[in-house]
Design a protein around this ligand. Structure first.
Ligand SMILES: C[S@@+](CC[C@H](N)C(=O)[O-])C[C@H]1O[C@@H](n2cnc3c(N)ncnc32)[C@H](O)[C@@H]1O
Length: 239
């Protein structure tokens, strides 16, 4: 079965994306997504890895941020199963002087077309939730990530999280229900996509739960840095 004919969860959400996808992301996160992605890009560059993979790269923002922040020339690969996302990513990279260090490929995380240990670092921005929230393919995704990461390689995640304080969590959930869902739905016209975003973000793991989950999956030395009162976090883990 090819990615085009796939019945995998979420595939149809991400292959029917609006032209203004990036703008909508900035609006719904009140512009904070850029800063959080930069923190993840910095974490990816720790130890100056040469071969970096951005999985679920979407329109390429993590890969592009890594290329812009690097003071050397790592080989950066972005992989995603949505061709419309990859078309935007490729066009954006072409406009960058560092774009020549980035290649984008069409691939499902469940079947990555790379030999074992191909990457020193794998990063994922705002898509770990997609791979792990009520997703029956989760074990396959984690196995593939571990397989293509070299021993001692780093896995970096930036993802929404649950604030630890019940008081802050109340306001975070209010922001998700009253801003993220309606503005995403109105700007995109896609109710289902932003309903999924709302449900998964409301019920996703806290930072502590994500750390335990990664440990159980086979990663070690897991660190978490929380942002915006714990509404988002950057995790780094070693294979
Ligand atoms: C919420 S977007 C995040 C995109 C980007 N990383 C960012 O920071 O904006 C999730 C992305 O994950 C991709 N995706 C979800 N599941 C995937 C899978 N199993 N294999 C490859 N890509 C996947 C979608 O196509 C989509 O581009």
């Amino acid at each position: 079965m090819t990615a085009e004919t796939s019945s995998r969860p979420l595939y149809h959400i991400f292959t029917r994306i609006p032209q203004r996808y990036d703008l909508i992301n900035h609006v719904i996160t009140l512009g904070m997504d850029t800063g959080w992605r930069s923190r993840a890009a910095q974490a990816c560059l720790e130890g100056r890895p040469n071969r970096i993979l951005d999985i679920c790269c979407g329109t390429g923002d993590l890969a592009i941020t890594i290329a812009k922040l690097a003071d050397y020339s790592p080989e950066i690969t972005g992989a995603d199963y949505s061709r419309p996302m990859l078309e935007i990513a490729t066009a954006k990279a072409k406009m960058l002087s560092q774009g020549q260090n980035i290649r984008f490929i069409h691939a499902d995380v469940g079947r990555l077309p790379f030999p074992n240990g191909s990457f020193d670092c794998i990063g994922i921005s705002f898509a770990f939730r997609n791979l792990t929230y009520k997703n029956p393919e989760t074990p396959k995704y984690l196995d593939e990530i571990l397989r293509v990461l070299r021993p001692e390689g780093r896995f970096v995640i930036v993802e929404s999280s649950q604030p630890g304080s019940a008081f802050i969590r109340f306001f975070d959930h209010l922001y998700l229900r009253c801003w993220v869902f309606p503005s995403g739905y109105l700007l995109s016209g896609n109710r289902g996509a932003y309903r999924y975003l709302l449900d998964s973000a409301l019920h996703f793991y806290s930072a502590e739960e994500t750390q335990k989950f990664l440990l159980k999956a086979g990663f070690r030395q897991i660190t978490a840095h929380r942002f915006f009162f714990g509404a988002a976090a950057v995790y780094a883990a070693l294979k």
